[in-house]
Design a protein. Structure first.
Length: 581
């Protein structure tokens, strides 16, 4: 007996993202699976009395978006109600942030912490001439007419509350005097390895803590409860549905994440995900990388973490699955932020990078960490932000595979911002991938001109070169670093323009719509070892579908980021729909 579809979408532009990137007009869904894709009349003939029919009226439907590097719990925890939104465009000045903190203080008991997330000095009116990163000595210096945020700004509106505001990147935190007092941070406090306590002209802490120094204050924040973590995950998934996102990778949960995102990346988060999945309440497909050590770490810690890791039980692997291990190449002592081959214009990455020839000890330790995880059968996602780090990681991938051959391990470099031609060739040769962040490129292009020099900045995140080399490129938001808008990511890959100035930055690295869409769908499914059941709209694959409120092939890419999501379908169920559909 033929079973009629549960849902049919007709009269649209269906981007199947199959091997030929073919375009259809209609798609049918039955019991959570795509059962037909074709012309409108062909699929209309399948409609039965119980079929829900949606007339797309020319809108584009494509496979459910897969954000392949998104800190879901952290994203939820850095937004209301768990934290203030102090990012652009919610705020546009230090004065706006002061107003938000002042309002929060009126509803928070004295002595309790006020948290916030997302500020960026490049988009605060008082700082628009001071996008330069801190100098080597840790002093927060502004450009002509501009200044950096200061603890006194927060003292003026919340003198009785410790305030902790993390920037958009997760690399810089702004606190007030009360927080410094609770944390015991003074002008005599030594900064931890890889961190900087920024000071003002008077030599006193300015309230800005960079990199590892953030933990000096973060450790005094009240830990998230289990209910907080669950609320953060549920909030994140609801937001992702509104963005058309049905799958994402949690890039680092475990003991090494205890001090990251105020604890939102710790081992308890994976437990909460598992409980939601077992209860049928996780309405997204989540792939997880285990974070067994903090930034840096050692081979001994990796070996211990691998021995202690327990597999998930009684969980549908199409909903929640641990795929591998995350490592940090940048951050291995004595490195601080970026491991680069030479000094860059403007002092490299915020004046915090260590550059020069390869550090043999560091390279050996990293190579052994990668080897251990590879031998244990894990996929590896390794955080790399400098060219030297990328080369070292790719060489370590290659060495591990040569010494211990595995069938298609699909290791990949995370961020891969300055990956060079030789490393691209090696990645392609072994079927390894590169996970890139086009919306970050859009956000910081002008800043990178200052820090790296225009030529290197133009090459940063070389998507076209990677695609041409045969590397599977996946794209991601790295939320909460940027908001999880795949539309902004696709536009950034097609345009490579600066958010601040609008000028092109490396237009020779632009790609067309098919490559940009694949990076958020089929290639992301490949990264998840799931291309046989998700990532394209073909019969037999899961019915995860994103509907754009427009026709994407005829849109000016500049207009794409502001084009709404009309509908999101997860596992055959409509989980988001606009009123106009």
């Amino acid at each position: 007996m033929n079973v009629s579809p549960d849902l049919v979408l007709l009269g649209g532009e269906i981007l199947t993202v199959d091997r030929g990137f073919s375009v259809a007009q209609a798609v049918a869904v039955t019991a959570g699976t795509v059962t037909a894709v074709g012309g409108t009349d062909e699929v209309r003939a399948l409609i039965g009395p119980r079929t829900e029919v949606v007339d797309l009226r020319g809108r584009t439907a494509l496979p459910g978006i897969n954000d392949s590097h998104l800190h879901g719990c952290a994203f939820g925890s850095t937004r209301p109600p768990l934290a203030l939104d102090v990012g652009f465009p919610a705020v546009r000045s230090i004065a706006d942030i002061q107003a938000a903190v002042k309002e929060a203080a009126t509803r928070t008991r004295a002595g309790e912490w006020i948290r916030g997330n997302g500020w960026d000095p490049g988009y605060l009116a008082e700082c628009t001439e001071s996008r330069h990163a801190p100098g080597e000595g840790g002093r927060a210096e502004g450009g002509p007419g501009g200044r950096m945020p200061h603890r006194r700004d927060l003292d003026a509106v919340a003198p009785d509350h410790p305030v902790y505001l993390q920037d958009f990147s997760g690399h810089l935190t702004w606190v007030n005097s009360k927080a410094l007092e609770l944390a015991g941070i003074t002008s005599r406090t030594p900064a931890p390895e890889g961190g900087v306590i920024l000071t003002g002209a008077d030599g006193e802490p300015s309230g800005l803590l960079a990199e590892g120094a953030q933990d000096l204050a973060q450790r005094y924040l009240p830990p998230f409860t289990r209910d907080d973590l669950e609320r953060a995950i549920r909030s994140a998934v609801a937001t992702l549905h509104r963005e058309g996102i049905t799958s994402y990778t949690e890039p680092g949960l475990g003991p090494g994440g205890t001090s990251l995102f105020a604890g939102a990346a710790g081992p308890s988060t994976l437990d909460v995900y598992a409980d939601l999945a077992r209860g049928g309440e996780l309405a997204a497909r989540v792939s997880v990388l285990l974070l067994l050590t903090g930034m840096g770490g050692s081979a001994a810690e990796i070996a211990e973490g691998l021995a202690d890791a327990k597999p998930l039980e009684d969980v549908d692997p199409r909903v929640l699955r641990v795929l591998g291990v995350k490592l940090f190449a940048d951050g291995i002592p004595p490195n601080k932020t970026a491991w680069t081959s030479e000094e860059y214009a403007g002092g490299g990455f915020g004046g915090l990078c260590v550059h020069g020839s390869a550090d043999a000890l560091r390279t050996r330790e990293l190579t052994e960490m990668i080897r251990l995880a590879h031998v244990a059968g894990h996929q590896l996602g390794v955080h790399v932000t400098g060219d030297r780090a990328i080369d070292a990681v790719v060489d370590a991938f290659e060495a591990a595979q040569a010494e211990h051959p595995r069938d298609d391990p699909r290791h990949y470099v995370i961020h891969a911002d300055l990956v060079g031609p030789q490393s691209l060739r090696k990645l392609a040769r072994h079927g390894f991938g590169a996970n890139m962040n086009p919306a970050i490129k859009w956000t910081i292009a002008d800043l990178m001109d200052e820090m790296l020099g225009p030529e290197r900045s133009a090459y940063q995140w070389p998507v076209r070169s990677a695609v041409a080399a045969g590397v599977p490129v996946t794209s991601s938001s790295d939320a909460p670093v940027t908001y999880p808008s795949w539309r902004q990511g696709v536009a950034a890959m097609m345009l490579r323009e600066s958010k601040a100035s609008g000028r092109p930055s490396g237009p020779e690295e632009c790609v067309g719509l098919p490559d940009a869409i694949r990076a958020y769908t089929a290639n992301a499914a490949w990264q998840d070892f799931a291309e046989d059941w998700k990532g394209s709209l073909e019969p037999g694959k899961v019915a995860d579908i994103t509907v754009l409120d427009g026709t994407i092939t005829s849109l000016d890419p500049h207009d794409l980021p502001d084009t709404p999501i009309a509908m999101t379908v997860f596992d055959g169920r409509v989980v988001h729909a606009s009123e106009g559909l």
